[in-house]
Design a protein around this ligand. Structure first.
Ligand code: NAD
Ligand code: TYD
Length: 357
């Protein structure tokens, strides 16, 4: 049976990919350090699955990575492991460099050494896919054309700078050693099991708890949104049909301002579980902006559509509706995630944002 070695598989996107791979009969070994963002509840449906293995540890642990490669002989390695939140990267940039840059460098080197030790027939089968973000391209103006695969990198946050560095390392391993890599740059994901530090789950959970809904600045910044299951499907397409050494942009063709997203969530909640007399939108508050806040991200995903035949299945409104239903139906997941550490992050990130603009 084919085996995929997934890193960061206890996080939001990685766990969706692990579930997707198991549904498709692929054996999975998942290496995850279980930082605040890693959550074994995300994979509790696989607790009894003999073809799924969880290994607790970091991508920077070379002995552990080498042991997994030797023991499981995967044909695919997918690197989801990362520090992934821009606001945290502003508070603590070094931990982003440690995991996203140094961790990826170690993972690449250990995979490369193992791959070199394989017979030509086995070595030919290996694929290394690095999961990255559209944020490496920097920011767009209102009328600029969307990012393509050839847009120069111009990252603005410690998060996107660390992801850009890791992308460059991945390309360098292809050019220098011939390691068979793919790179994917995806827009903002949403869906079930997303840690509620990111905009969409934060707004859903704050609203349900009658807390204010913090919108940075004027709410006019624009993001492109993609359902996480569409992202995982795109990763499978790249693995199955992509051109080695290439990068693929993945996006939802669903650009919205942050205020539009928050208002859409409020209107769905108004229907699904109305407050007594007023709309959830009355909880919206404009708060101090994020420093270096990228104005707009937009993805031109025509390459993956034309070359690999991928298109998103979820429209934004339907995707948000089903996401909100998931959070409403998983109150245990929600309760378990709102730990002391989560509350202390809310204090760090929102405590000082009391200014209305
Ligand atoms: P996440 O923060 O939800 O999950 C990250 C996972 O990585 C967690 O399970 C964490 O425990 C694990 N991890 C962190 N450091 C590790 C280490 N040193 N070794 C092993 N595991 C470690 O992130 P996510 O939203 O699922 O993002 C996954 C990947 O996709 C990231 O590389 C991110 O940059 C990229 N990405 C995310 C988005 C998005 O909108 N969330 C969009 C495009 C790309
Ligand atoms: P986020 O989900 O953190 O993703 P990213 O910064 O990677 O795009 O934020 C999405 C957008 O929402 C971004 O423009 C910042 C904004 N935002 C708010 O307005 N309020 C919030 O509380 C958060 C977390 C984000």
């Amino acid at each position: 049976m084919e085996c995929h070695f997934v890193t960061g598989g206890a996080g939001f996107i990685g766990s969706c990919y692990v579930l997707h791979a198991r549904k498709n009969g692929i054996k999975v070994v998942n290496l995850d350090k279980l930082t605040y963002a890693g959550n074994l509840d995300n994979l509790k449906d696989l607790a009894e699955d003999p073809d799924y293995t969880f290994v607790h540890g970091g991508i920077e642990n070379e002995e552990l990575v080498a042991w997994i490669l030797k023991s499981y002989e995967p044909s695919v390695v997918i690197n989801f492991a990362a520090e992934s939140h821009v606001d945290r990267s502003i508070v603590d940039p070094e931990s982003f460099v440690k995991t996203n840059v140094l961790g990826t460098a170690t993972l690449l080197r250990v995979v490369k050494d193992w791959w070199k030790s394989l017979s030509p027939c086995e070595a030919n089968k290996l694929r290394f896919l690095h999961v990255s973000t559209d944020e490496v391209f920097g920011t767009l103006g209102q009328n600029d054309l969307p990012f393509t695969e050839t847009t120069p990198y111009s990252p603005n946050s410690p998060y996107s700078a660390s992801k850009a560095a890791s992308d460059h390392l991945v390309r360098a391993f292809y050019e220098t050693y011939g390691l068979p890599i793919f790179l994917t740059n995806c827009s903002n994901n949403y869906g079930p099991r997303q840690f509620p530090e990111k905009l969409i789950p934060l707004v859903i959970l704050n609203a349900l708890q009658e807390k204010t809904l913090p919108v940075y600045g004027t709410g006019s910044n624009i993001r492109d949104w993609l359902h996480v299951e569409d992202h995982c499907e795109a990763i499978s397409c790249v693995l199955n049909r992509g051109e080695l050494g290439s990068s693929y942009n993945i996006g939802g063709r669903a650009e919205r301002t942050n205020l539009e997203i928050v208002q859409l969530i409020c209107s769905i909640l108004d229907e699904k579980c109305p407050r007594t007399s007023e709309s959830y939108s009355n909880l919206i508050r404009f708060v101090a902006d994020r420093p270096g806040h990228d104005f707009r991200y937009a993805i031109d995903c025509s390459k993956i559509e034309a070359e690999l035949g991928w298109t998103p299945r979820f429209g934004l409104a339907a995707g948000l509706r089903s996401t909100i239903s998931w959070y409403l139906e998983h109150s245990d997941w929600v309760q378990n995630i709102q730990t002391g550490a989560y509350k202390s992050w809310l204090q760090t990130n929102y405590g000082f944002r009391n200014k209305r603009v």
